[in-house]
Write a protein that binds this ligand. Structure first.
Ligand code: ZN
Ligand code: ZN
Length: 276
């Protein structure tokens, strides 16, 4: 089976009726990895044809709310749709364990109700939380994963995940500006997924809180420059700020194409790209 990525959610913190929050599915054979768990990702997972119990593990790039706000839904739905106690690995940067512990506390009443009600449900969610520093390597399902430092300061630490399956590589970055760690993450990758903003459009909005986001995200041009520098085959853009409207795809693509002559993939939720 090839390695593929599916954009479950292409949105951002800004609510959009047509875009779920940031979340990307990486698939290799029976291995289904969820990178980030933004708003509505379980719904989009169903759209991709997957039941929550089929999620092999979750990888978090950082702990910004737009990237984790549906993690409780992933945890609960994975738990109740698994027919036997099934561990759910959750990998993330330092701080992940405390966030997951808070979610478990929030879910305590629900877990109690369901264990009381279902005779065959005797334990709560079996979560295996692993916190990583950059430069670590681990195996999950059919994939080998290495962690790389990204730069989303003042949010830190943040991680990118280089996911290898049979020599095919998907580099999944969260929110980050271009940096050395990002170049290492992407070097020679088949697929590079990057969250992006359009600084030319954001700059037009007279809102201080929105202007603040300009200094810690990659622009479309910067993502394309990173892709070119790293020699990736396919650049996949997601997390569109402002939300990309129907008919604007070519304009976004044209900005990236000025800097990168490989394949450029962008679009609606459930857009998929395969490693060639
Ligand atoms: Zn962020
Ligand atoms: Zn974000």
């Amino acid at each position: 089976m090839p390695l593929s990525v599916t954009l479950l959610g292409t949105g951002s913190p800004l609510p959009d009726p047509n875009r779920a929050g940031p979340s990307t599915l990486v698939q290799a054979g029976d291995t289904n990895l969820l990178v980030d768990a933004g708003r509505g990702c379980v719904m989009r997972l169903a759209g991709a044809g997957l039941f929550p119990s089929m999620v092999t593990g979750v990888l978090l790039t950082h702990l910004h709310s737009d990237h984790i706000c549906a993690l409780n839904d992933v945890i609960t739905s994975h738990w109740v749709t698994s027919q036997a106690p099934t561990p759910l690995p959750i990998h993330g940067p330092p701080g992940t364990a405390a966030v997951v512990a808070g979610i478990e506390q929030m879910l305590q009443p629900d877990v109690g109700y369901r264990i009381d009600h279902h005779d065959d449900l005797t334990t709560g969610p079996q979560l295996e939380v692993v916190e990583h520093e950059p430069g670590e390597r681990f195996t999950i399902g059919a994939c080998t994963v290495t962690t790389h430092a990204t730069d989303h300061r003042p949010v830190e630490p943040t991680l990118g995940y280089r996911i290898d399956h049979d020599g095919a590589v998907a580099a999944i970055a969260g929110d980050t500006i271009p940096c050395e760690g990002l170049d290492q993450l992407c070097a020679g990758a088949d697929l590079y997924v990057q969250t992006v903003i359009r600084e030319d459009l954001v700059a037009l909005v007279p809102n201080a809180r929105l202007q603040d986001i300009l200094d810690y995200h990659s622009t479309v041009a910067q993502a394309a420059q990173t892709a070119a520098r790293a020699g990736v085959a396919t650049l996949v853009l997601t997390h569109y700020v402002p939300p990309m409207q129907p008919g604007q795809e070519d304009a976004w693509r044209a900005i990236a194409a000025e800097h990168f002559d490989g394949t450029i993939v962008l679009g609606n939720d459930l857009t998929r790209a395969d490693a060639s």
